[in-house]
Structure formats: C-alpha cells, structure tokens
Design a protein around this ligand. Structure first.
Ligand SMILES: NC(=O)c1ccc[n+]([C@@H]2O[C@H](COP(=O)([O-])OP(=O)(O)OC[C@H]3O[C@@H](n4cnc5c(N)ncnc54)[C@H](OP(=O)(O)O)[C@@H]3O)[C@@H](O)[C@H]2O)c1
Length: 264
C-alpha cells in the first residue's frame, strides 16, 4: 500500500483577510495547514472549516509574532525537521497612519517587529530545512507601498520596501537549490487591514480594489512559475511600473501633497 504524504503550509495572519484566503486556497490544493495568528477562536473556526470542506488537517498555533518569546515558538515549529513545512506564507502584518513624529514610537517599533523581524526570522527558520531537502518555499507578503516612500505611513512603506528587497535577494541566492522565495506585492485589497490601520480608504475608487481570494490566486500561479515577485492584476502592475521608473524625489512629493490635502 502506498501512502501519499500531504504537503504542509504554515500561514501567518491566517485568522483574517489575505492569510485566511491563502489557507483556504492551499487546502483546496491538497495542503495541510498550520494556522498562526493571535485570535485562537477565529483560527479554530477556520481549522474546522478546512477539515470539513477539504479534509485537510489543520493545526492552530496562537502567537503574537511581535512578541519575541511567541515568535521563538513559531520558529521552532517552522524549523522542526520531523514535521517539515513545505510552504511558509509570511503574511501577518499591519500598518499605521499619521505623521511619524506624532505617532507613539512603541507601536511603530512593533510594526517593524512584525512586518520585518518576524518575517526574517521565520524565513530563516524555514530555509535551512528546505535547502537540505532540496524543495519547499516561502511567500513573503509585501505591498505595492514598498515601491516608494509613503508619507503618512512612513514606517509601513519602509517595512514593505524591506520585504521586497530582502525577498528578491534571497530568491537569487536560492537559484539551483530547488527552493523558492517570492514576494507578493498587493494593492488595495478588501480585508480588515485599512480599518485596523486607521487608513481612510473611502476616497479610493472601487475599480482599484481586489478581493483577497483573487490576490491569492495570482500569488499561487506566480509561485508555481518560480517568480521572484507577484504584483496581482494589471492595475497594480501599472502602478508598480510607474513607481519603479519614477524617481523617489517625484513620487514622495506627489504622495506628500495627497497626504497634506487629506489632513485638511
Ligand atoms: N489589505 C490591503 O489592502 C493590503 C495591501 C497590501 C499589502 N497588504 C498586506 O497583506 C498582509 C495581510 O493583511 P490583510 O490585508 O489580510 O489584513 P487583515 O485582514 O488585517 O489581516 C491581518 C492578519 O495578521 C494577523 N496579525 C496581526 N498582528 C499580528 C501579530 N502581532 N501576530 C500574529 N498575527 C498578527 C491578524 O490576526 P490576529 O488579529 O488574529 O492576530 C490577521 O490574521 C499584511 O502583511 C499587509 O501589510 C494588505
């Protein structure tokens, strides 16, 4: 009798939004899941849905990834060679709104801790075992905000610029190893993100928005092809290309004017 070994994906920030959509799509593709976030009740509900709808096994790992002790528990799970993780999705993240000097610095440091430090440590924890096995991969969730300075969300854009640069650097280092590393850079996506960040997105036209399952479908297609980056959809791609070819001295001024107007 042959037994098929199911692949296992660990998704951070799986309790809502893009992370939840990743968990559902990966279960649909035959993965078992390890679900990480702070809200145990929401994770347990999702785990139950994954078991019932897809026959997937789903492990709940409650952790505040901005807390070093909790992060260390998740790192230990990711690097456990007896229970290998085939795909790590570093998705948990948040943003803050307002002028940097006026924002509480502890919250800004927490944003760097989650969006950058946790993502780096978990990527490192995953890659060691994956390189030894010659397969597996990591998807790091950045943002289109990582393409330019973002006055009004200065730390957020900077963390996402880090994610984009870091992930593409590692992608190149992994060539020939059998292991993949891709950054997903979404634009406006309907999730809880804007509300949690205090972003007023009421002026953002409807055609610029995507839903989380659509973003994830783009991401998984690009990951299958071994891409270094996925910018989901033609509108986000056009924005990314514009930001990439326009000097920061121009994009930061445009963004600064928009922010100043919205503050009036
Ligand atoms: N929505 C957008 O427009 C957009 C655009 C570009 C990029 N992104 C990026 O996409 C990613 C997912 O965001 P989303 O839009 O899906 O937002 P969301 O709906 O607010 O979901 C964020 C997820 O992260 C988890 N999380 C937050 N803080 C955490 C912490 N300290 N430790 C562990 N988990 C934590 C949340 O769960 P708990 O509260 O249960 O911990 C939740 O599951 C983020 O990295 C974000 O920067 C979003």
């Amino acid at each position: 009798m042959t037994t098929t070994v199911r692949r296992v994906a660990l998704v951070t920030g799986a309790s809502a939004g893009i992370g939840r959509a990743f968990a559902l799509a990966l279960a649909d593709r035959g993965h078992d899941l390890v679900l990480v976030a702070r809200d145990t009740e929401r994770l347990e509900e999702l785990a139950e849905e994954l078991r019932a709808a897809y026959g997937a096994s789903a492990e709940v790992l409650t952790a505040d990834l901005s807390d070093p002790a909790a992060l260390a528990r998740v790192e230990a799970r990711v690097s456990d060679r007896d229970r290998p993780i085939d795909l790590l999705v570093n998705n948990a993240g948040f943003g803050t709104s307002g002028r940097f000097a006026a924002l509480p610095v502890e919250r800004e440091a927490q944003e760097i801790q989650l969006n950058v430090i946790a993502l780096v440590r978990l990527t490192h924890a995953a890659l060691g075992a994956q390189i030894d096995r010659g397969r597996g991969g990591v998807i790091n969730v950045g943002s289109i905000a990582g393409y330019q300075p973002t006055p009004g969300n200065a730390i957020y854009g900077a963390t996402k610029a880090f994610v984009r640069s870091f992930t593409q650097g590692v992608h190149e280092e992994l060539k020939g190893s059998g292991v993949k590393c891709m950054v997903l850079s979404p634009g406006f996506t309907r999730t809880e993100f804007q509300q949690r960040a205090g972003f007023d997105s009421s002026e953002v036209p409807g055609f610029l928005w995507q839903d989380a399952p659509t973003v994830v479908q783009h991401a998984l297609r690009a990951y299958d092809k071994g891409r270094a980056e996925c910018v989901p959809g033609p509108l986000n791609t056009a924005t990314a290309v514009f930001s990439a070819v326009t000097p920061h001295s121009v994009t930061r001024r445009i963004a600064g004017v928009v922010v100043s107007r919205s503050e009036k």
